[in-house]
Design a protein around this ligand. Sequence first.
Ligand code: BJW
Length: 233
Amino acid sequence: MTVQSPIIFVLSGAGISAESGIKTFRDNDGLWETHRVEDVATPDAFARDPVLVHRFYNLRRAALSDVKPNPAHRALARLQSSLRERGGDLVIVTQNVDDLHERGGARDVIHMHGELKRALCSACNFRWDCEGDLSIESLCPACTTVSRARPDIVWFGEIPYQMDRIEAELARADQFVSIGTSGAVYPAAGFVQMARSMGTPTLELNMEPSLGSTYFDTARHGPAGTIVPIWAE
Ligand code: BJW
């Protein structure tokens, strides 16, 4: 890259947290091997069986206390800090609902698919921090409605968060880097083509070529915990 203080746009996915011990979705032994998407990750599933959906997300939320950020999360945070000192930036847009980028030291992470440690009231749309379990008896702290609290997760068919801001960040970026995502889920899977159409160089860092691999100018394949620090440092 020739720009002295570049703005780098990073899109991360489940692969960046795999070495921390969080399951991906579509790999062998991924979450979608043991759970049907239609049963746990759609608004219809929650309407049909909120107890099952709460159990699925409560277990994943509790598991966060057993995992730690890995060298890939920490390398991105260091690069962000050093670019910001030089007037550049590293914008992290993650599809992940874990908090490992933040715990690795990154700032201002955009969680386009929501966060496990947040709850959303489907009656009044209030959001709040939530460390423990949610249930059909959970109370909204704002409107005090019972039984309308849900995990603050973007399910299939729902619109991902902060799309306007993400598009603005893509438009000002000097480089687009995709880390640990299969490229199976839109609109995130389309960001590489958006970057390309604006003439922005694109790089894929993933265990294997993703579904959108042909759209990337460059790629490095291997575990994120190894290849991300090498790229970032
Ligand atoms: C490693 C590694 C290691 C492993 N190191 N790498 C066309 C256009 C637009 C939308 C659609 C479309 N066609 C269909 C749609 C609808 C749908 C969709 O995309 N469906 C597809 C299945 C086709 N999309 C939606 O419904 C989205 N909403 C939407 O489109 O609204 C319309 C709209 C959008 C914008 C503007 C206006 C309107 C919502 C999608 C919500 C996704 N939700 C989930 C579950 C909830 C979160 C949760 O429970 O945790 O989010 S699905 C799941 O997939 C999760 C993830 O964030 C997401 C992406 O998965 P990810 O991160 O890529 O993980 P994997 O497992 O797929 O891949 C891991 C990769 O890592 C692999 O490649 C490995 O090789 C690699 N890896 N170990 C490095 N150590």
